[in-house]
Design a protein. Structure first.
Length: 261
């Protein structure tokens, strides 16, 4: 099923529906929910996902798990997707929040093959076996550290959203505390309570999220590092390698060419 609306097949009595969709650059899927859980996989471009829980940036050859009923918005930057829409009682992942997922070579091939699944596939035949294997592999997929949790406190959430728009690694908790009219101690305690992370760890994560679209859009590693306030490209690359397990140049090459496949 290719470029068809979910609404046209959502009522079909199958645990899994697979739909491929091509999105022009800059497409915004405004805040919405699905009755089914969704495994969203982008083979090209970049996906920016936002919920009330946080913000994710999903690079090519990676996926995002969206639980059933989770309100979300997605900006597609030239993305060709494969989506699995899964009945809530068949969902292979138990969490209630979105997750960035590593897509293994096997899962990649299964997602490619899923485009041929009709809505009313034979559950007892090969198509049913493919659907069951897809569910199994989605359940096993490892997560990636590509989320900046969003606090529920309105004032703190406003500061976090503003930072995500113009991130800078030199932002200080002292400055945020002053803007919040709180002592540094009260602010840091509140920040950790609300996000589950220290201010420094959250700031670094937000800068990583901002770096990915810059790098995949063709900006040099040096320019991306300077944009985000790092003293040098090497300092930025060290952070990048520590968080994602590879150098920025290796990440860019794999994302653009699919070498990992």
């Amino acid at each position: 099923m290719h470029n068809i609306p979910l609404d046209s097949v959502d009522a079909v009595a199958r645990p899994l529906l697979a739909i491929g969709t091509d999105y022009p650059p800059g497409t915004l899927l405004d805040s919405h929910t699905h009755r089914r859980a969704q495994m969203l996989y982008g083979m090209t471009g970049l996906m920016e996902v936002e919920t009330e829980d946080g913000a994710w940036v999903i690079p090519p050859y990676s996926g995002v798990w969206i639980p059933a009923g989770k309100r979300h918005r997605v900006r597609m930057q030239g993305v060709s997707t494969r989506s699995l829409y899964i009945e809530p009682d068949a969902a292979p992942r138990p969490g209630t929040q979105c997750e960035a997922l590593v897509v293994t070579p096997l899962l990649h091939q299964l997602l490619l093959a899923s485009l041929a699944l009709p809505a009313h596939y034979d559950e007892q035949g090969r198509d049913g076996a493919l659907a069951r294997l897809l569910l199994h592999e989605v359940g096993l997929a490892r997560t990636m550290p590509l989320c900046a949790p969003m606090p529920q406190d309105p004032q703190l959430a406003a500061l976090c959203k503003a930072f995500l728009e113009t991130p800078h690694i030199r932002a200080t908790p002292q400055a945020w505390a002053r803007q919040s009219h709180k002592s540094l101690r009260t602010f840091t305690r509140l920040f950790r309570q609300q996000t589950g992370m220290s201010f420094g760890a959250w700031r670094q994560q937000a800068c990583l999220l901002a770096a990915l679209p810059r790098l995949l859009a063709g900006r040099s590693i040096t320019q991306a590092a300077l944009d985000l306030g790092y003293d040098s490209p090497s300092a930025f690359s060290t952070m990048f390698r520590k968080r994602l397990g590879r150098a920025p140049s290796d990440f860019i090459r794999a994302s653009l060419t699919g070498d990992e496949r």
